[in-house]
Design a protein around this ligand. Structure first.
Ligand SMILES: Cc1ncc(COP(=O)(O)O)c(C=O)c1O
Length: 384
């Protein structure tokens, strides 16, 4: 397949991945090809070292208490399900918001059907409004507060720390969804005040598919696994003790992805990537400042020009979302995601439901040239 296109769909998954990622996967299968814990020979020991290294890098990236506070899952979706389903029983109250992805919304709506109380923070755009609405929803009987760190529709960063502080005062537990923020902004779990922080490796962390992270930053609660099975520990015991992280990782781990995550973390920690993030965000700001000149284009960008992830949604006055998306792809080779981006309530709030928007999301390789082609394409439909 040719790579002769401009890729503006990094919020779905980043392209290209970190250098070294493909080699790490190939090396894993061509030499080690083993999972840890389950086999006590030399290969099993080597595999354990790889998992340990990946946990250490994850721990450093998110400021976790220890590598053992890192749980590897199949993605942010699984991590979110694990925390919510473990914490919320019938009668418990959970607070979410219209910034949340369906991985949160569908999970809590299902629990509502079996007796949980769900309060949804809605229609808040500015930082202050978001915080205020969360404060209105959180009460002394709230068990869990879920906060999406960064919107996958318009790049807005939510005031996570302030929400967490208030939630803690009310005795609630805080789960932060960092699927869109990790790799773009600081995601130290202590700065955020997160009891649990989740993300996927395949977005701005430039890692592989099929690997998610759950950072446990609360030692008072014992999370229940989504699935039970072999952990390689206490095999004689049919009701083993809950030991993190292994009891939450039953079964065979996605070892090639874990090996690849090492390459991804090492690359995203480099000076080069730190500088790159700043440059790409500057480029994004410049593009946003030029979007206003198109009379037929309406755009929905971040609520703060200094604190955001580089994601913006657009609509055209006369074209449908799919016509606009198709025009960008088939006429100009620009790949964007059209529709609701799995965030139906955010689109209700923006007034862009049910069609959604065309989402433009930058990646670490987005260049000035890409932006010029995109703006030129918009000028063309503007009739300029
Ligand atoms: C904000 C947010 N949360 C959760 C997810 C789910 O991530 P994954 O599909 O990698 O599990 C996504 C994916 O786009 C997302 O944008």
């Amino acid at each position: 397949m040719s790579n002769n296109f401009i890729y503006f769909d990094n919020a779905t998954t980043s392209r290209p991945k970190a250098p070294g990622l493909i080699k790490a996967i190939c090396d894993f299968y061509s030499s080690l090809c083993m999972s840890p814990g389950h086999s006590n020979h030399i290969l099993g020991g080597e595999a354990s070292l790889i998992v340990q290294k990946a946990r250490e890098l994850t721990c450093t990236t998110f400021g976790a208490q220890s590598p053992d506070h890192i749980v590897f899952t199949s993605g942010a979706t699984e991590s979110i399900n694990l925390v919510i389903k473990s914490l919320i029983q019938s009668g418990d109250k959970v607070v979410v918001s219209d910034y949340d992805h369906n991985s949160v919304l569908r999970t809590v709506i299902k629990l509502k059907k079996s007796g949980s109380k769900v309060c949804i923070v809605q229609n808040a755009e500015s930082r202050d409004e978001i915080l205020e609405r969360y404060m209105q929803c959180i009460s002394k009987d709230t068990r869990l507060v879920v906060v999406n760190h960064a919107s996958n529709v318009n790049g807005t960063i939510l005031p996570v720390r302030e929400i967490s502080e208030y939630a803690k005062m009310q005795g609630a537990i805080v789960l932060v969804d960092g699927a869109q923020s990790a790799g773009w902004v600081d995601c130290n779990v202590n700065t955020l005040g997160a009891d649990y922080f989740v993300t996927s490796m395949h977005k701005a962390l430039l890692g592989p598919f099929g690997l998610g992270v759950l950072v446990i930053n609360n030692n008072d609660v014992v999370l229940q696994p989504l699935r039970d099975g072999g952990t390689g520990l206490e095999s004689e015991n049919l009701t083993p003790k809950s030991i993190i992280p292994s009891s939450l990782e039953a079964g065979t781990m996605n070892m090639s992805a874990i090996a690849a995550s090492i390459a991804a973390f090492e690359y995203t920690m480099t000076e080069e990537m730190k500088v790159n993030r700043i440059l790409v965000k500057e480029l994004f700001k410049k593009m946003i400042s030029r979007l206003g000149k198109y009379s037929k284009i309406k755009y929905f960008g971040p609520n703060n020009e200094d604190d955001f992830v580089p994601v913006v949604s657009i609509r055209h006055n006369e074209l449908s979302v799919m016509e606009l998306r198709n025009f960008l792809e088939f006429k100009h080779g620009i790949l964007c995601r059209g529709g609701l981006q799995c965030s139906p309530l955010r689109h209700l709030a923006l007034g862009t439901s049910p069609e959604g928007t065309v989402r433009v999301s930058f990646g670490h390789k987005t260049s000035e040239g890409d932006v010029e082609v995109f703006l030129h394409a918009l000028s063309e439909i503007e009739g300029e």
